[in-house]
Design a protein around this ligand. Structure first.
Ligand code: FE2
Ligand code: FE2
Length: 158
């Protein structure tokens, strides 16, 4: 999905009753508590990544599905509004400036390094090593792990 489409989708993002039912059936109390810390547009994104894996690949593997729900959880370390996210996305196109600013602006540091923070938080939640490993590599280049490849595809499309 291109970035502009992604922006408009995020702007109208909502969570529905059936999403809550799904989350309640799938997550334990602590996982739910952390998931709820995500802003609505990130909740929507994470759920859609998860549903994509279920619908396109018929994934039933709980580890991959939990990785889908928590891959961006590191972003809760800063309050990244949609506008701030847009700034992060645009700045990414100017790598030297992004590098310079990420050392000075906290939300950019979190945004650009979120896989690392997601990994940390997944451990804190008590998610297993496999989930942690998939999450750690969700923006990795040239992944060889089948689950990471599927997650990257689902992430891009949602
Ligand atoms: Fe991510
Ligand atoms: Fe993502």
């Amino acid at each position: 999905m291109n970035r502009i489409k992604q922006y408009f989708k995020a702007k109208r993002a909502k969570i529905y009753e059936k999403d809550y039912q799904f989350l309640l059936g799938f997550l334990n109390e602590k996982e739910l508590e952390y998931f709820n810390k995500l802003p609505v547009y990130e909740k929507r994104h994470s759920l859609d990544v998860c549903y994509y894996l279920i619908n396109k690949y018929g994934i039933e593997d709980q580890d991959l599905l939990k990785a889908a729900l928590f891959h961006d959880i590191g972003k809760i370390k800063a309050k990244i509004t949609l506008t701030k996210k847009v700034i992060g996305v645009i700045l990414e196109k100017i790598p030297f400036l992004a590098k310079f600013l990420e050392k000075r602006i906290y939300f950019l540091k979190i945004y650009y390094n979120h896989p690392e923070y997601s990994t940390e938080i997944c451990k804190e939640i008590g998610l297993n090593e496999r989930v942690v490993d998939i999450v750690r590599h969700h923006h990795g280049r040239n992944p060889t792990d089948e689950d990471v490849i599927k997650l990257q595809e689902a992430d891009k499309k949602n």
